[in-house]
Design a protein around this ligand. Structure first.
Ligand code: PGA
Length: 260
């Protein structure tokens, strides 16, 4: 049943540029991407550059199917929040997606579960698709606590979301030990965790939500390992960090996601 339904989930590949590329450097990468991904059909592609590149990205990608995402946002619409950017501001720049709860934000900027929960709700209310990142640390995996860790993050981040709105959420499974380390979860481990996440969604939101929600894998995904990861029944796409900064490599990953 699961594999039947998998065929109907269009793959989604999201590039997370992190804190890389000035607007002028980004023009080169975006134009290369545009050229290489012009022919892509059957896979949705989103690039998430730094805030300072969003309007350049929206301009260059305007007439393509490549969408633009942000890497973070505030939960408020406007106000005295020095240094923050709101969902409303992102929408005005043609941003469609926003990465939320990335482990780098949880660790380096001490983002709390409560803040992430508020951001997910604010993104949905503001018309953005949240790409909610969850993942266990190396210590949690070593002590066999990976499922508990993931459940805790999902329970908190999805509190207040109902069976209707869950369809607008994308989940990214990103084992913290695999991010930027060159260590990738094996396809078996990744599939196990994606299956676990889908079961969580099924228990909480029902069968339809479980079958339609996109669960992406992130953590050192590159062209060389993307094919095997993306062919797993519960892996619906990828959240790509380092490899998204190279147009040829990113395009090769997108090509792996295209289903015949
Ligand atoms: P990576 O990053 O592909 O460089 O490991 C993934 C991510 O942090 O989203």
């Amino acid at each position: 049943m699961e594999s039947m339904a998998t065929k109907f989930r269009q793959p989604l590949i999201v590039g997370n540029w992190k804190m890389h590329r000035t607007p002028s450097e980004a023009r080169v990468l975006l134009n290369n991407l545009k050229e290489k991904l012009l022919e892509v059909i059957g896979t949705a592609v989103v690039v998430c550059p730094p805030y300072t590149v969003l309007s350049v990205a929206a301009d260059i990608l305007e007439k393509t199917s490549i969408q633009v995402g942000a890497q973070n946002m505030c939960w408020e619409r406007e106000g005295a929040f020095t240094g923050e950017i709101s969902p409303h501001m992102l929408r005005d720049l043609y941003v469609t997606h926003v990465i939320l709860g990335h482990s780098e934000r949880r660790v380096h900027f001490h983002e709390t579960l409560e803040q992430i929960r508020r951001k997910v709700l604010a993104a949905l209310a503001g018309g953005l698709i949240p790409v909610l990142c969850v993942g266990e640390t190396a210590e949690e995996r070593e002590s066999n606590q990976q499922n508990v860790a993931i459940d805790g993050q999902l329970l908190s981040a999805l509190e207040g979301i109902d069976g209707e709105t869950i369809g607008d959420v994308v989940i990214a499974y990103e084992p913290v030990w695999a991010i930027g380390t060159g260590k990738t979860a094996t396809p078996t481990i990744a599939q196990e965790m994606h299956d676990h996440i889908r079961r969580f969604i099924r228990r909480r939101f029902g069968e339809e939500a479980a079958q339609t929600i996109h669960i992406l894998y992130g953590g050192s995904m590159k062209a060389a390992n993307a094919g095997e990861l993306l062919s797993q029944p519960d892996i619906d796409g990828g959240l790509i960090g380092g490899a998204s900064l190279d147009a040829a490599e990113f395009a090769a990953i997108v090509a792996c996601a295209v289903r015949p």
